[in-house]
Design a protein around this ligand. Sequence first.
Ligand code: IPM
Ligand code: MG
Length: 353
Amino acid sequence: MKIAVLPGDGIGPEIVAQAVKVLEKLKAEGAPIEMETAPIGGAGYDASGDPLPEATLRLAREADAVLLGAVGGPQYDTLDRPLRPERGLLRIRKELNLFANLRPALLYPELAGASSLKPEVVSGLDIMIVRELTGDVYFGQPRGIEVRNGERVGFNTMLYSESEVRRVAHVAFGIAMKRGRKLCSVEKANVLECSELWKEVMIEVAKDYPEVELSHMYVDNAAMQLIRAPKQFDTLVTGNIFGDILSDAASMLSGSIGMLPSASLDEHNKGMYEPIHGSAPDIAGKNLANPLATILSVAMMYRYTFADLATADRIENAVKKVIAQGLRTGDIWTEGTQKVSCTEMGDAVLKAL
Ligand code: IPM
Ligand code: MG
């Protein structure tokens, strides 16, 4: 089990260190884990002038799984676009062909009070968003900024091939089969041809999964429904940009973006695992960050890449236990609970393991 550890920027190194403690413990118990660390994002740029250094990409290619912290920071915002930290992240997703991004939005009952929505709207929430990750307007060509008719225009191309839609559809239907057997495909087929094709392919693939109930929703309505009545959803599947936006919205239903892990998989279940939150430069280096999303990303790694469901459950149960004990980092703290630091939270999870 070769794991490439890419801490990245901002709070990345702090939260990844806590997840690495979990992996070290499993290793000490006998799991054949090998870890190697490499820079990515701003750290990659600082180390070698490239947000995805050659050596980092090579390490990630050779690994069975990648554990990533977060990338980005204000000091890099003025760099040329290809040198920015975000580009490193987008490139590693593309290079490793990680087309299926799984973003669960799960509410821990004790955290219902930390959500900005009423507890009755979010309690029991358990949604899985499957976001296509290597296509769409993120990667479509042509793209650019140029002068036309004496003024600058900016343009990108929203593009999906049938095969790109089909492969992510199969992943989403497969996941829906293991969950509530309800899949909602989100697009904007009332306006966009790209979405029209998306929807057609979803309907074709649905024939292979007669047990799954497929529905369709326009993305604007889906944004509204996620806030109005999120529990109507079981599994959602959507394109790259819509998934980017909806998954941030969905994360807030669960109280804190600091709780949510993600998996990005290729067709062989090789995966990159990362918290869905960003590098939070404002709290970086202060031992304040919530490491639970990163620790839960290790659980997802066990579930999807190592197919070791018992260990995945064990890690998730340890996280549930520390939440039940009332331990909270600042982002999920509410009156009457105990505020802890990033490292204290990591230690508590180790103990609960
Ligand atoms: C995400 C992030 C990235 C994305 C950024 C950092 C490029 O927002 O993983 O959701 O847009 O995909
Ligand atoms: Mg995003």
